[in-house]
Design a protein around this ligand. Structure first.
Ligand code: UD1
Length: 365
């Protein structure tokens, strides 16, 4: 069986790495082989190559070099290039992860060529159609054959939409496989020494969602509230390229705000693990902080990962400055909830995925 593994953007690399390891482990016991397809959605060294190096991801077999563009341009470029590739070689399964444009684009192309599609992280929903990722999730799941899920919430969403339960495989979270495997290797980035950072004595921010960063006034107000109500603690902000452009336009500066370029996986998670709290609009980071037991303040009004709020360390704060103040007051004056690790987020998800793939009769004839 030949599987295409699709990876295009930063969080995809983290999710695909352990699946490759699990396939390699089974290589000699099965007829399973894979091609790694990098769509090129993220292409800068610090958004792509550094993840390949640190997570020991092999060089991609193909790079579709789609690059940036509007939602439609980027999706279309990926589709055109992936269709060309699939028309040359027959594969048995296209495995996509997460919810980025590469996920949806490749799922559509494969399905239209009658190739089975597996979706890792299927079924999660924010019900917020203003997020491009929500549209990617809905479209991908509507044409997926095999659904690998992270939570009961995802299982329920899929069942409610009429998916046959025998095609839903509750396996856990491959992002957490990577976190658990590499946790011992986290190391401090340059900023740690340069700013004499100390454990629990700084905050870490990430923001990149178009709805949070594309409007200058909104980004300015959010950052102003965070800097003003964080009791002068240093705030480290590794800036995504999209956010950096807007920050340069608004020229914002606060004495306690420290901007850095995007960090590598091992450096970023060192900062997460030692921080007082993480303030973010990322869904993946709210999963990682839940497992690491670090308080997470999410700058969104909804989440497709409700388990991080219900049983984890995540709190939905939104971007209203009053709400940001209230959440920071809780963080500094009261005890933050401790949280527990969700079921199956145990570092073995990728092995379960590969075992399931090898036991699906129609893929193994
Ligand atoms: C994408 C995903 C988002 C994910 C995020 C992780 C979609 C719709 N969005 O958002 O779900 O959380 O990745 O980072 O797929 N750029 C560079 N260098 C790069 C990549 C991007 O400079 O290597 C710049 C480009 O100017 C680009 C902008 O960043 O236009 C945004 O990149 P894009 O891939 O369109 O979406 P992200 O915001 O990164």
């Amino acid at each position: 069986m030949v599987i295409d593994l699709i990876a295009g953007a930063r969080p995809n690399f983290i999710k695909i790495a352990p699946i490759i390891n699990a396939i390699k482990k089974r290589k000699f016991l099965s007829n399973l082989s894979y091609r790694l397809i990098h769509t090129g959605q993220h292409y800068d060294n610090n958004m792509s190559e550094s993840f390949f190096n640190q997570l020991n991801i092999p060089k991609p077999d193909y790079n579709l070099k789609s690059g940036s563009g509007s939602q439609a341009e980027q999706t279309a470029k990926i589709m055109i290039e992936y269709e060309k590739l699939l028309s040359k070689n027959k594969i048995d399964l296209c495995l996509v992860v997460g919810d980025v444009n590469s996920t949806m684009a490749c799922a559509i192309v494969a399905k239209k060529l009658n190739i089975k599609v597996a979706h890792v992280e299927a079924g999660i929903r924010s019900n917020d159609l203003s997020m491009p990722e929500e549209i990617n999730r809905m479209v991908t799941d509507s044409i997926t054959d095999y659904f690998f899920t992270t939570s009961d919430f995802a299982n329920d969403n899929l069942k409610k939409s009429g998916i046959n339960p025998s095609n839903i495989f509750f396996v856990g979270n491959t992002m957490i496989d990577t976190l658990i495997l590499h946790r011992k290797n986290f190391y401090p980035p340059k900023v740690w020494k340069e700013k004499s950072l100390l454990k629990d004595k700084y905050l870490l921010i990430t923001m990149h969602r178009p709805s949070n960063v594309d409007l200058q006034n909104k980004l300015r107000d959010t950052l102003t509230a965070i800097c003003k109500y964080s009791r002068k603690m240093p705030i480290i902000f590794p800036t995504h390229p999209r956010t950096k452009i807007i920050l340069e336009q608004i020229g914002i500066s606060f004495p306690n705000l420290i901007l850095t370029p995007p960090l590598s996986y091992l450096e970023f998670n060192y900062l997460v693990m030692n921080s007082k709290a993480v303030i973010t609009d990322s869904g993946g980071i709210s999963e990682e902080t839940t497992v690491l037991g670090i308080p997470c303040l999410t700058l969104r009004d909804n989440t497709e990962r409700p388990e991080t709020v219900d049983i984890g360390t995540n709190l939905l704060v939104g971007t209203n400055p009053k709400k940001i103040k209230q959440a920071l007051d809780i963080l500094f004056d009261l005890e933050w909830k401790k949280g527990v690790i969700p079921n199956m987020w145990d570092g073995k998800t990728s092995e379960r995925i590969v075992n399931h793939i090898l036991s699906i009769p129609e893929l193994n004839t």
